[in-house]
Ligand binder design. Structure first.
Ligand SMILES: [Zn+2]
Length: 409
């Protein structure tokens, strides 16, 4: 994503701007294709070796890039030095607010997860103030963990389960939480103990899960996929040619509110027969005969039932897989993505979801006979949105590493 933005950004004319632009280009090349020698960076970016050398010195000085060993590709001549991204140059914090709990991760610049904390519990019916107070506490713990590991915190990303107004940084609607117009960032900041980094961003959880998957899921730079993020609610992040497609106002990808049965059950959004009422976690648990109120971790109870081959649980997940297939088929027919990535709670359910989902895709996707689909579980598991949020916070730095406020060392 940033590769595209750094490489396609109009060339600035101001001298300092040119340098910052080139620094982003150099850094993103090392991130995406490293380890690389200075000469290889020059070849890949089209910059002169002198320019690359001077920018690399600045990036090393800023603690973002390190030199790694020596090597000689041909075995003759002077060995070169490889440039790598420095994981310990800084970290981003990613916090996910979901219907069934909170999770928080610290991710270093190289993508390593350094700290992880989860609070499981149904948040429906809880006041926003009390949830955001817990979220702020998780964030404070993560800041302390980063501090203890000597990692400067460069940014914070927050994932929320609903429509996020990106300009105003307000959660406009989270139907399952019953929240509307909540200034999540401002309110969390009020409860914070530690001072926050400058870079703070709120975004939709499925979008962040898709970004996390794009950056850390081992995909091609130009990948096209739909990330289906399942939980009580169901969202989707659409990645086309290596870029997240958000829609004109950032509200796209609401797969959970795609109608799959016009006279189906009423949804929290006020409509009827929405996909998440038929394939979301609540429905799966109910059909599987698991009483969510009786369990500390209903998802763990479901997975245990599936693992021991409980037929009711297996059928419940298969039903959800078929409904999901109807919704995903619509997205594939519209966007021609070649891969479906199952994220959130759907990631661990993949062994039981995939076959029924595939059967429906093969029947309902027009191009199926000529364009086989890949269905995979996100390797990021249930943390995809939190990791995407942390990486988003870091990505701003990677996109403009020599910005005056970016100094980390
Ligand atoms: Zn709905």
């Amino acid at each position: 994503v940033s590769t595209l933005s750094a490489r396609s950004r109009p060339r600035p004319t101001d001298q300092g701007e040119v340098r910052r632009h080139n620094a982003a280009l150099v850094l993103v090349t090392v991130v995406d294709d490293g380890p690389l020698s200075r000469a290889q960076v020059a070849a890949a970016t089209g910059l002169t070796r002198a320019t690359v050398g001077s920018i690399v010195d600045d990036l090393i000085g800023a603690g973002l890039v390190a030199e790694q060993g020596t090597r000689s590709a041909t075995g003759v001549g002077r060995p070169g030095t490889d440039l790598v991204l420095r994981g310990d140059g800084g970290a981003g914090i990613g916090l996910e607010i979901n219907v069934d709990g909170l999770s928080c991760v610290v991710v270093d610049l190289a993508g390593g997860v350094r700290h992880r904390a989860v609070l499981v519990g149904d948040l429906r019916g809880r006041r926003a103030a009390s949830v955001l107070r817990s979220a702020a506490r998780l964030n404070d713990e993560a800041m302390a963990a980063a501090h203890n590991a000597d990692l400067p915190v460069l940014g914070l990303g927050v994932a929320a389960p609903g429509l996020v107004d990106l300009g105003e940084q307000v959660l406009r609607l989270a139907p399952n939480l019953g929240w509307h117009d909540v200034a999540v960032i401002d309110r969390m900041r009020r409860y914070a103990v530690h001072a926050w980094p400058d870079r703070v961003a709120l975004d939709n959880e499925a979008n962040l899960a898709a970004l996390g998957e794009l950056w850390s899921g081992g995909h091609d730079r130009n990948a096209s996929f739909v990330m289906v993020h399942g939980d009580v609610g169901v969202g989707a992040g659409v990645v086309l040619d290596g870029a997240l497609y958000r829609g004109s106002r950032g509200f796209g990808g609401e797969l959970g509110h795609l109608t799959v049965a016009t006279d189906g059950p009423e949804c929290r959004c006020g409509a009827r027969g929405c996909l998440e009422q038929m394939a979301g976690l609540d429905r799966i648990l109910r059909t599987a005969g698991i009483e969510a109120a009786d369990e500390d971790d209903p998802t763990a109870a479901l997975l245990a039932a599936l693992a021991r081959g409980d037929a009711t649980a297996v059928d419940a997940v298969a039903d959800a897989g078929r409904v999901l297939g109807v919704g995903v088929a619509a997205m594939v027919n519209l966007f021609d993505v070649d891969t479906v990535v199952l994220g959130g709670v759907f990631a661990p359910l993949q062994p039981w979801l995939e076959v029924p989902l595939r059967e429906v895709l093969e029947r309902r996707v027009l191009s199926a006979p000529w364009a086989p689909m890949r269905v995979t579980a996100s390797g990021l598991g249930r943390d995809a949105a939190a990791i995407g949020a942390a990486r988003l916070a870091l990505r701003a730095l990677l996109d403009d590493p020599l910005a005056p406020e970016a100094a980390t060392a």
